[in-house]
Design a protein. Structure first.
Length: 72
């Protein structure tokens, strides 16, 4: 789904950035320009990013991603 209409940033784009190592929302904004224009997508973008970072952390702890998705 498109999260940021102004810069056409999708939830997949946000998750990919988190999986690639982006750990700070402000850095994500610099990289993708998400939530940097009108700001109406900020809460949704932040939620997607935080969830992606949490999933990345749990994956590194050894829990398979499929198990995490099943629990959600």
């Amino acid at each position: 789904m498109i999260v940021c209409l102004c810069h056409r940033v999708s939830d997949r784009d946000i998750r990919a950035a988190a999986q690639a190592g982006t750990t700070c929302f402000e850095v994500l904004q610099d990289e993708l320009k998400v939530a940097s224009s009108c700001g109406s997508c900020h809460d949704c973008a932040r939620e997607v990013f935080d969830h992606a970072c949490q999933g990345r952390h749990l994956d590194r702890a050894g829990t398979p991603a499929a198990d995490l998705a099943a629990r959600a």
